[in-house]
Write a protein that binds this ligand. Structure first.
Ligand code: MN
Length: 248
């Protein structure tokens, strides 16, 4: 197995071109967060790139004030892992389709790839959007950009939490860097792949699928979101922001 370097990972995921998937390299490329580099590796035997399940950057019970260990373990080991398996299976099926010249299932495969691979990228980023170490807020260039684009950190937080609480059905709230206007945006994501602004780089995400919070919070998504806002990893988000503004 061969780890991709940060630059290779960026190239592999197409940062600087377009798309939510491409933009996910911002999180995959953070070499200083243990396990993230493992999310995308090249299989030595075939030379084909395939996703891998990155290790959690902390113990499953480390976010105890917000998330219990059982929720984190199932979420990472079953749900997140399932997207890794699913995305790789579809990549294999696309290889087979090309080899056989049979595109009879191309619509289903294309849809499946968008769903599963976006699921991989967003879950990798989710684990790295939280920190067991309580942090007050953004600093450095990210802090200045948040003030510029949202007015204040609290105004950002109000919008992000409102977006997360109001996602229809299963989805996410995400803070993105939108390179065309060079601005931060808060977006909602439905499922894993819908409602993207293409070209945007996701910096921080809150998973509001029920599997993320149901064991402890049942239907009380708002309570989960309010607590979640207190464990944001602003340091890691700032590092991803610095990478995004330098790389696009
Ligand atoms: Mn999830």
């Amino acid at each position: 197995m061969m780890d991709l370097s940060r630059r290779e990972a960026l190239k592999a995921f197409g940062v600087g071109t377009a798309g939510l998937l491409a933009a996910g390299a911002g999180c995959l490329a953070q070499e200083n967060h243990s396990g993230v580099a493992g999310a995308a590796r090249m299989a030595a035997a075939t030379g084909k790139r395939r996703y891998e399940l990155g290790a959690l950057p902390y113990k499953a019970d480390a976010l105890g004030e917000v998330l219990d260990a059982e929720t984190v373990s199932i979420h990472h080991g079953k749900h997140h892992a399932g997207y890794v398996t699913g995305a790789n299976r579809i990549l294999d099926q696309l290889d087979a389709a090309r080899a056989g010249g049979d595109y009879g299932r191309i619509q289903a495969l294309s849809r499946g790839l968008a769903f599963t691979a976006s699921g991989v990228v967003l879950h990798e980023l989710y684990w790295r959007s939280m920190s067991p170490e309580r942090q007050e807020g953004p600093s450095g260039r990210l802090a200045a950009q948040v003030e510029s684009d949202f007015g204040s950190v609290s105004a950002f937080a109000d919008q992000f939490a409102a977006a997360a609480k109001a996602v229809e059905a299963s989805g996410w709230a995400v803070l993105v860097w939108e390179p065309a206007l060079r601005q931060l945006l808060v977006l909602q994501i439905e499922k894993h792949q819908d409602l993207a602004v293409w070209g945007s780089v996701p910096l921080m995400v809150c998973d509001v699928w029920e599997h993320a919070y149901y064991l402890r919070y049942q239907n009380r998504r708002a309570e989960y979101v309010d607590r979640w806002m207190k464990v944001i990893d602003w340091r890691g988000t700032g590092e991803r922001f610095d990478l995004a503004i330098g790389g696009v």
